[in-house]
Design a protein around this ligand. Structure first.
Ligand code: UD1
Length: 420
């Protein structure tokens, strides 16, 4: 039976919350552990459902995964398979990031086509064509991608049509073992890309330019296991900052690099919040009405698509009209329909959401459509009149550790329970 989250709106939220390591980094760091034979240790790993799935993927390949307190010890000494099963991969799109590591370790891989969030078509063409340029040959059938390297991997210059996060990661993880020099042009620049490149370098790779649009790699075959600490989760941090902006604050999030949230913080300021950054902590407070703003999601350092839904809740309660333009995913406004059921006035026109601010939302039963949309519905419940019941909590559990507990600690009237 599924679970629900019950929120009664209207409580003031304040205090300090620690964010975990980034989901979108940890999953790739785990996949990267396959590259070097031996025991790799990853620290600051969030305790979330997607990490459990990736652990299972690694176990099925033959790795031993020991989970401690936010630490994973992954022993890849004796891998027995290069095939990832459909049951696991179909649950989580990020499983596709095992492709690059398997190609580097074995020269071949058989990976089920991924599932995951229902947010647009999320094609794999950039992964495939980039890897082909490195010498990988593909055969796709029966729901599996079968990759082989009959002539080995050769360095190449690859210009990505779009700075895809997943494609950049797979190309880095395969490119590190290609003969000669590989250049990824128009590469993704997300902090999670930098985190992965840093870990790969600790394992013996020679990657430069991570965090810029041009990543240069000098291939090698010598990799060693390492100990690496996952970067803080900027999206979890941004989600709690929106909670603070909605409910007044002062609310402090710690464990994140404020530079990773530059645009989100600028938008919060523009909407009437006071933001202070100090070391790896950010504090938000607000005592003025929310102001409308326009947001367009773009690859990093643009505004993150993973914070789009949370900011839509702020826009829904602003004094005026806002426009949110989604440029990264095709169909990421499903959540807006649920928010409308809570009284929000939102019109979707193609990839624009036109939001007319209102004074208050009204609590209702709503359903999570995806990970970030689900988290945003809970945020809406924090400020809605009466009770909001959010179903589909399994989406939220994929990416947030103790979301309900952390919000309750900050003062929210919130609880989890079985669905009726
Ligand atoms: C990652 C994040 C996700 C985030 C996204 C964008 C993980 C596990 N997930 O997803 O939370 O929202 O980055 O910041 O890290 N595309 C293609 N062809 C491809 C690859 C992608 O057309 O071969 C398109 C996708 O359909 C999508 C866009 O490019 O519209 C962005 O995708 P991408 O940057 O690859 O995101 P993910 O790595 O899937």
């Amino acid at each position: 039976m599924g679970e629900i989250i019950k929120v009664r709106g209207g409580r003031h939220l304040s205090g300090t919350v620690n964010v975990e390591g980034a989901k979108n980094s940890a999953l790739k760091l785990m996949a990267a552990s396959v590259i070097a034979q031996g025991v790799t240790v990853i620290e600051n790993v969030p305790d979330i459902a997607d990490v459990t799935i990736m652990s299972e993927v690694l176990r099925i390949l033959g790795a031993t995964v020991v989970r401690g307190d936010h630490t994973l010890e992954i022993d890849t000494s004796y891998l027995i398979s290069y095939e990832t099963p459909y049951e696991l991969v179909a649950k989580m799109r990020a499983s596709i990031s095992i492709l690059g590591p398997l190609i580097t370790r074995f020269g071949c891989a058989k990976v089920a086509m991924p599932g995951g969030c229902q947010i647009g078509s999320r094609k794999l063409d950039l992964h495939i064509s980039g890897l082909q340029a490195l010498g990988v040959e593909f055969n796709t059938e029966h729901g599996f991608i079968h990759a082989t390297t009959p002539h080995g991997l050769r360095g190449a210059t690859i210009t990505l049509e779009f700075p895809s996060v997943g494609a950049t990661e797979n190309l880095m993880m395969a490119g590190i073992s290609a003969e000669g020099r590989t250049v990824i042009d128009n590469a993704a620049r997300e902090p999670e890309i930098v985190d992965l490149a840093n870990m790969l370098n600790e394992m013996g790779a020679d990657i430069r330019g991570q965090g810029t649009p041009v990543i240069e790699i000098q291939g090698t075959r010598d990799f060693v296991p390492c100990t690496h600490r996952t970067v803080g989760d900027r999206i979890e941090a941004g989600t709690f900052l929106v909670a603070g902006a909605l409910c007044g604050g002062p609310l402090t999030v710690c464990g994140v690099n404020p530079a990773h949230l530059d645009l989100a913080l600028a938008k919060l300021r523009k909407m009437g919040c006071v933001i202070e950054a100090n070391g790896d902590c950010i504090t938000v407070s607000r005592d003025k009405p929310l102001q409308p703003t326009d947001i367009q999601t773009l690859p990093h350092p643009g505004f993150p698509t993973d914070l789009q839904a949370q900011f839509m809740v702020l826009c829904a309660l602003a004094q005026g009209n806002s426009v949110i333009t989604e440029n990264v995913f095709e169909n990421r406004f499903m959540f807006a329909g649920e928010l409308t059921r809570m009284g929000a006035v939102i019109r979707i026109e193609g990839h624009h959401a036109l939001i007319q601010g209102i004074e208050r939302l009204s609590g209702a039963p709503v359903s999570s459509t995806d990970l970030r949309g689900g988290a945003a519905l809970v945020l809406a419940g924090l400020v809605a009149d009466g009770e909001t019941i959010v179903s589909g909590t399994e989406h939220i559990d994929r990416g947030y550790e103790c979301y309900v507990e952390k919000l309750a600690f900050l003062g929210a009237d919130i609880e989890r329970g079985p669905s009726a």
